[in-house]
Design a protein around this ligand. Structure first.
Ligand code: PMP
Length: 380
């Protein structure tokens, strides 16, 4: 059977991972600055993660979601404590798209409306409602365009106000830090103005933290760098460190009734074990603090090279903006220096999304790798 050609692939086959490294069969070691697209939060094959998942699968990996599952309770309690959002309700799903699909559905249930405001460069997943709110026409089929969506520039408060005042908007959906668009951090003032503006006009605010959440920015959720209280928050990627788990956090003011949302796999025993292990490690190893420390160190070191038009981001969610497309440079980093980096929708931006337990030595290695593929030219 042929595999469906989902993405163009690099010809390397990692078979094993450890911390911030992946290894191919022949023993070549790659430094992972991409984390499988911000998924690897606590590093590959972390012993605590391996232990909890192995023990759980040997006991009970899955049973019907119509019985009590104490692991869901434990996960919700830990998440509430670490995020500081204990008063929100948690609905567990299996991916980022599924989280956003449910968030948009819930906003539509709550408001009785269907129009959405989203942002240029934004990405929310490939399922129907989520992909319609994504700024990429090439990945939408006619069936996906089933509600009106307006794309605005981030940080343009006047534009959001004008659209909301039309009185037909169900929700504004925005990424805590725009990821695929090329690492763009919304202004704190702007984010802080959104909840009131939404509520005055009968709309809800959805924060998509699928990529920027789970400590990546140095706060549990990236929006927590500002004083914002979203109505709905979505998460996935780093939540399971590779195990497919996502979640929707629902503010207590929202009337989410049982039966509005549902899923077979979401919140299985095994998924919860993975989710609990990730939270344990984030807490025990101080990974939020480490993301700030290493992120600042790496961004400073990259800025000091004078080679980038801009180095931007928060914590270990970093965008390196160059003057020209980065495709060849990424290949050189991978094949000559064994350093795996990420691309963005913006062809001139490299994304760095390493595991949150990245070390200073590994940061130095990344800078050195960029230097040795002679990427470090001085920007005029
Ligand atoms: N939201 C954001 C911000 C994302 O970056 C992504 C994935 N790149 C998604 C949603 C969709 O997540 P998934 O691929 O797990 O469906």
């Amino acid at each position: 059977m042929q595999l469906f050609d989902v993405y163009s692939l690099y010809p390397i086959e990692p078979v094993r991972g450890e911390g911030a490294y992946v290894f191919t069969e022949d023993g070549t070691r790659y430094l992972d600055c991409y984390g499988g697209h911000a998924v690897i939060s606590i590093g590959h094959a972390h012993p605590h993660y391996v232990k909890l998942i192995s023990e759980q699968v040997a006991k009970l990996g899955f049973y019907s979601n119509s019985v009590e599952n104490p692991l869901q309770r434990e996960l919700a309690d830990k998440l509430g404590r670490l995020s500081g959002l204990d008063d929100y309700q948690l609905f567990l799903v299996s991916s980022g798209a599924e989280a956003n699909e449910n968030a948009l559905k819930l906003a539509s249930f709550e408001t009785g409306r269907s129009r959405i405001i989203a942002f240029k460069g934004g990405f929310h997943g490939r399922t129907s409602a989520a992909v319609n709110a994504t700024d990429n026409e090439a990945i939408k089929a006619p069936i996906n365009k089933n509600y009106p969506v307006t794309f605005l520039e981030i940080n343009d408060l006047g534009a959001v106000a004008r659209e909301l005042q039309k009185g037909d908007v169900a929700a504004v959906i925005i990424e805590g830090i725009q990821g695929i668009g090329g690492i763009h951090v919304p202004d704190a003032d702007y984010l802080e103005a959104l909840p009131d503006l939404c509520h005055e006009n009968g709309a809800l605010l959805i924060l998509d933290e699928v990529q920027s959440g789970y400590g990546r920015s140095g706060k549990f959720f990236a929006f927590q760098h500002s004083k914002v209280r979203p109505d709905i928050i979505t998460m996935a990627k780093g939540m399971g460190n590779g195990f497919p788990i996502g979640g929707v956090l629902i503010a207590p003011e929202i009337e989410a009734k049982s039966g509005m949302l549902g899923t077979t796999f979401g919140g299985s025993h095994l998924a919860c074990a993975a989710g609990i292990a990730v939270l344990d490690v984030i807490e025990r190893e101080g990974l939020l603090e480490n993301a700030v420390e290493q992120g600042n160190y790496l961004m400073e070191a990259m800025r000091a090279t004078g080679s980038f038009q801009e180095v931007r981001g928060l914590g270990l969610m970093i965008g390196l903006q160059m003057e020209e497309p980065i495709g060849e440079l990424r290949k050189k980093l991978l094949f000559e220096e064994s350093v795996f980096t990420g691309s963005a929708k913006d062809p001139n931006t490299i994304r760095l999304l390493p595991p949150l337990n990245f070390t200073q030595e590994q940061c130095d290695r990344v800078v050195e790798a960029f230097a040795s593929v002679s990427a470090l030219r001085t920007v005029k």
